[in-house]
Design a protein around this ligand. Structure first.
Ligand code: KG4
Ligand code: ZN
Length: 349
């Protein structure tokens, strides 16, 4: 009999619930986002996000179960994102999951949000199995990982400062094109010249780690210089340096940084498959660049369908299945963790 897992996700501005069978088959996937409300503030406001989760969580879970045609008693477990993320937001999902697990007398399964992002790929590719190399790139994190088993990973490299999604959002805000910046910059960059700005690709001596804060600062400096020049000449800044050229140059530098570091990791250790995950894995340039890399090196490449790249609960239910198989469950004293290293996720929350 297949094992049905209810997944719950509330780590940032999406309240989501989903039902997945055996970690692989998606039966229901419901997402309610409060991004429209945060738009006015140029980024996620934690207090507003928490309040929206409180309002949305019960109807979102109910809708997921209705879509799947199931009741609580049909479930094998309730899986929930226990971290990392915004504490007040995480607590809403964790509290709801505890209540549901207690009422239904089912195991409560804590899931690391980034392990969930990787698991989005299990839903799309039935043949995908660890081990593989993963690049997880989101709004808050960036890691290159050795995924040893479904529940065990080693961090090979990480960003030392900003996450790529965060840098996309910041650059988009500065050029005034809105929030969230990733998808908007991605679209805009198609009309821009990636060689217009010469931007730094930061290498950290003696380490596979990388950095995006210098890149972000270089983009902002170029923007401010163009603004000053334009003001003096009485011209709109866009005539000297267009938003499309900024977007294309910036995106190219981010993608080049990530690709170079993955290539270095591949030189140190052989992998037959590379998996992209997280919100930034929706980026068209990143996907294209990694398609080329995979072709050059004869690697299998996997990335989630667009709808499963950004935050959702289907990926949490999928990872929840593998956590349950590995015996990773929690009691009703489970706590949300705003900070949680990926290589500790095996131990549960
Ligand atoms: O994984 P995610 O939904 O949330 C976190 O766990 O952080 O990632 C959200 C991030 C945002 O910063 C958003 O701007 C970025 O992913 N993003 C993109 C694209 N789509 C979403 N960045 C670049 N290109 C995209 N197409
Ligand atoms: Zn995420």
């Amino acid at each position: 009999m297949s094992k049905l897992i209810l997944g719950i996700e509330s780590s940032c501005d999406e309240t989501a619930a989903a039902v997945v069978a055996d970690g692989r088959i998606l039966l229901a996937n419901v997402i309610r986002s409060s991004a429209e409300i945060h738009k006015a503030y140029g980024g996620v406001v934690p207090e507003i996000a928490s309040r929206e989760h409180v309002e949305a969580i019960v109807p979102v879970v109910q809708t997921a179960l209705t879509h799947a045609g199931l009741s609580l008693s049909d479930l094998a477990a309730v899986a929930v994102t226990a971290g990392p993320g915004l504490l007040g937001s995480l607590l809403v999902g964790v509290s709801a999951a505890k209540a549901l697990a207690a009422v239904a007398e089912k195991p409560l399964v804590p899931v690391h949000h980034l392990m969930g992002h990787i698991a989005a790929n299990y839903l799309a590719y039935p043949e995908l199995k660890p081990p593989f190399l993963a690049l997880v790139v989101s709004g808050g994190h960036s890691h290159i990982l050795r995924v040893r088993t479904y529940t065990q990973v080693d961090i090979l490299a990480r960003t030392r400062d900003d996450a790529p999604g965060e840098a996309f959002d910041k650059v988009a805000r500065e050029i005034g094109i809105g929030y969230p910046g990733g998808p908007l910059l991605d679209k805009l960059s198609a009309q821009g010249d990636a060689r217009r700005l010469e931007l730094p690709i930061v290498q950290i001596q003696g380490s596979l780690d990388y950095s995006f804060s210098g890149l972000k600062t270089a983009v902002l400096n170029a923007l401010h210089q163009a603004e000053q020049k334009a003001r003096k000449a009485g011209l709109p800044r866009e005539t000297l340096l267009s938003n499309a050229d900024i977007a294309a140059s910036f995106q190219h530098a981010v993608v080049t940084t990530l690709r170079r570091h993955v290539e270095k990791a591949l030189e140190q250790e052989a992998f037959s498959a590379v998996v992209l995950a997280g919100g930034v894995s929706a980026n068209s340039d990143l996907r294209q660049s990694f398609r080329e890399l995979a072709k050059e090196r004869g690697l299998q490449l996997y990335f989630p369908p667009l709808a499963l790249c950004t935050d959702n609960a289907a990926m949490i239910a999928a990872q929840g299945f593998y956590n349950l198989q590995a015996g990773i469950t929690a009691g009703l004293d489970l706590n949300a963790r705003a900070m949680w290293e990926m290589d500790e996720s095996e131990a549960g929350a």
